[in-house]
Design a protein around this ligand. Sequence first.
Ligand SMILES: NC(=O)c1ccc[n+]([C@@H]2O[C@H](COP(=O)([O-])OP(=O)(O)OC[C@H]3O[C@@H](n4cnc5c(N)ncnc54)[C@H](OP(=O)(O)O)[C@@H]3O)[C@@H](O)[C@H]2O)c1
Length: 282
Amino acid sequence: MAVLLILLLELALSNVYYRKMKEEQKSRSDRAQTRVLIIGYGKVGSALAGRLSRLGYKVLTVRRRSEDSRNLVSGVDVIVFSVPDREIQKQFMRLRRYIKPGTVVVHLSGAYGVELFKGAVERGVDTLALHPVKSFFSRPQAKKDLPGGYFALDGTKKGLRFGRRLVAQLKGKAVLVRSEDRPLYHAMCVFGSNFVHPLFYAVEKIGKDIGFAPQRAREIVMPLTVGVLRNIKKQGAVTTLTGPVKRGDWITVKRHLKALRERQPELVILYKQLTRFLERMK
Ligand SMILES: NC(=O)c1ccc[n+]([C@@H]2O[C@H](COP(=O)([O-])OP(=O)(O)OC[C@H]3O[C@@H](n4cnc5c(N)ncnc54)[C@H](OP(=O)(O)O)[C@@H]3O)[C@@H](O)[C@H]2O)c1
């Protein structure tokens, strides 16, 4: 009896394995037939090109502004505009009449939706806005960090289907952010990322003033920051607030301001604005 059970179990497992292998083979062969043109070979464009090639897509790239992409766009299934936000619509409009119906046009901006692809849907062209919720400051770092995490999507039915599949292949999680919400959504991302930089600029600058090299100042403060982020992640920004403003220790705040005025006047305005905001948050 036990032997029979083991045999049945093995059979079931090998069936599952066989089905999975078949699915993977099919999806690999679908990818091999999907031609993707990436326009712009900066941080995100180069990282995406590398990942897509590894996944088995047929990838073409336009690496220089001077390269003419007009003859390429009509022969591909997907076109990714990985250029600065201000260039996306310009580049799309320049190429629009060469793009064949059924193509999916993609951009990677968080602040814009698919409205940048003006007239695409009317021409039978599908659209996708696919924003990796990540910060990429160099090509090697983008190459490493592109997979995983969240991707904010909007687009046509076919565009979204392609986007969801791609995000899964990049081991990420897809979240729908409608085009009309994207400016505000992107402002949210800026609060959680870009606005951290002035704070650490201040840490490094004050650190230097009291004799710590920038790396040392970051090392000393970082565990404090990581702890705060952990608290915020678990219980939110308001509940977990600590420090002199929360305690109402205004004499301490005054001491900070006096020291900053004397030795780091550039940082006074930032300190004052943030303190005012903390007061409202309490
Ligand atoms: N970096 C991030 O953290 C991040 C995160 C999420 C989403 N995104 C989005 O990803 C997109 C690309 O950003 P990125 O950070 O990769 O920018 P990037 O590193 O500055 O790369 C942009 C690339 O586009 C090229 N380019 C500019 N105008 C062009 C044109 N007319 N034709 C062809 N190529 C042109 C640039 O060439 P040159 O080198 O000659 O200027 C550069 O290679 C943007 O929409 C951005 O919002 C970025």
